[in-house]
Design a protein around this ligand. Structure first.
Ligand SMILES: Nc1ncnc2c1ncn2[C@@H]1O[C@H](COP(=O)(O)OP(=O)(O)OP(=O)(O)O)[C@@H](O)[C@H]1O
Ligand SMILES: [Mg+2]
Length: 422
């Protein structure tokens, strides 16, 4: 769909000289000091799958905007390719001529800017229809399409208003609508929500998630807000000095930052929506778990912090029963518990079953409703491990350093359950 290959951007009169120094292993700062050239983007390669939401993060000056602009040629790349899948096969945006480029921008690459970039003297409707107008779509058709998209982004009733009559969040909805209306398959978004108040920003993120589900566009989204990246991204790329230093899913970035730079970002993120049950659960080989085999082939598993609770696992790996206080607890799927309007809080006569891909936040909510270890299972219903207060707290507070270093001997805690889940 879109494939970026070895993209470089150097600012300055003799970029090849700067690239040669880069190849010799010189840093961005050294090259700037010696030659006055600024490395904007260095050797970035990645492929976006259709419908993927890909987030680029990094500190100010790390090259995020330069990369996005080099992709749609608002800035000329120094070298490299941007392959775009079109009806005519793969086209390299980086070497397209002016006419091709116009078409590519109209049909494939739509941009949403941080400061909205609306035309002040045009109505909301005419702003949204702008891309279609440039494409030569007949007036009646583009007005109809604009109305549809205006409705879609929640601005019904505002079509005739000028942008100045709208709040910041509403103006950004217009910016988004304009990009969506073009029908472009790839949306390029440069910090579209960062000028908005925190609450409005959250609303726009929800809106973005909803629209993405509905439309399935491929999105390349820049932000310097990690929580935003974690909420929205299928994958996240972390940029430093013009390079991608790590690319991964939100959970990988949070639980396994590769460098100190990434770890610094992650240190302040809220991990509860990202980390999964399979990651925090402790399996039979963990030292918080005791396991005894039974004659019939079943195993009895006990979590040391709740040693009076026995979990009986059948030979097929599934939980047979949970015994507490001399009785048998009911086994209840977590969603059933969470749907209860008046939670019976923290009883010991039922145990919750949770799939390994559910988040820590879900576990916390469940833990508020049952007082037995949470039973984390894989897709095949086999027990991956247990989660008690201990694992929840560990999951939230664990300091995650580069290369998976932890402060609580947690590496082992992760190992067992995660592998079974994969
Ligand atoms: N026109 C230009 N001429 C020279 N250097 C530039 C130019 N535009 C950007 N740069 C440099 O390229 C590097 C990357 O800048 P860029 O704007 O892409 O960063 P960014 O990650 O988008 O930062 P921010 O979060 O502040 O928007 C910086 O070192 C910047 O100084
Ligand atoms: Mg920028």
């Amino acid at each position: 769909m879109i494939r970026v290959e070895s993209l470089n951007k150097v600012f300055g009169p003799n970029p090849d000289q700067a690239l040669a120094l880069l190849a010799e292993g010189r840093s961005k700062d050294e090259i700037l000091a010696e030659t006055g050239h600024v490395i904007g983007v260095q050797d970035v390669s990645f492929t976006l799958k259709p419908g993927e939401f890909f987030v680029i993060m990094g500190l100010s000056g790390s090259g995020k905007s330069t990369l996005l602009r080099a992709i749609n040629r608002l800035i000329e790349p120094t070298s490299g390719h941007v392959w775009l899948t079109t009806d005519d096969g793969e086209v390299d945006v980086a070497s397209a001529d002016a006419r091709q480029l116009r078409h590519l921008r109209q049909d494939h690459l739509a941009m949403v800017f941080q400061r909205f970039g609306l035309l002040p003297h045009r109505s909301v409707r005419d702003n949204v229809a702008y891309g279609l107008e440039i494409k030569g779509v007949p007036r009646a058709e583009r007005m109809k399409r604009a109305e549809e998209v205006i409705e879609m982004v929640g601005l019904g009733g505002w079509a005739a208003s000028p942008p100045s009559a709208l709040s910041g969040g509403m103006q950004q909805r217009v910016g988004l609508a304009r990009a969506i209306a073009t029908g472009a398959k790839v949306l390029l978004m440069d910090e579209p929500f960062s000028a908005l108040d925190p609450l409005i920003k959250m609303q726009m993120q929800d809106e973005m998630i909803r629209l993405q589900r509905q439309l399935g566009r491929t999105v390349l989204f820049i932000t310097h807000d990690l929580d935003e990246a974690l909420r929205l991204g299928d994958r996240i790329a972390i940029m430093d000095d013009g390079r991608f230093v790590q690319v991964g899913t939100p959970e990988t970035i949070v639980t396994n930052p590769k460098t100190a730079y990434v770890a610094d970002f992650v240190a302040h993120a809220d991990p509860t929506n990202v980390i999964t049950a399979a990651t925090v659960a402790v399996g039979p080989d963990h030292d918080r778990i005791d396991e005894v085999g039974r004659e019939d082939g079943a195993r009895v598993i006990v979590h040391r912090t709740q040693a009076d609770v026995e979990i009986v696992v059948g030979a097929d790996g599934r939980v047979l029963e949970v015994r507490a206080d001399g009785g048998r607890a009911d086994l209840v799927p977590i969603d059933e518990l969470l749907e209860e309007e008046t939670p019976r809080s923290r009883h010991r006569d039922r145990a919750a079953i949770v799939r390994g891909d559910r988040t820590l936040r879900t576990l916390l909510e469940a833990r508020n409703r049952v007082n037995l270890p949470l039973l984390v299972v894989g897709e095949d219903e086999k027990l991956l491990g247990l989660v008690t207060e201990r694992e929840l707290i560990h999951g939230i507070t664990e300091k995650r350093g580069p290369n998976g270093g932890t402060t609580d001997g947690g590496a082992k805690a992760d190992g067992g359950a995660k592998e079974v889940a994969a």
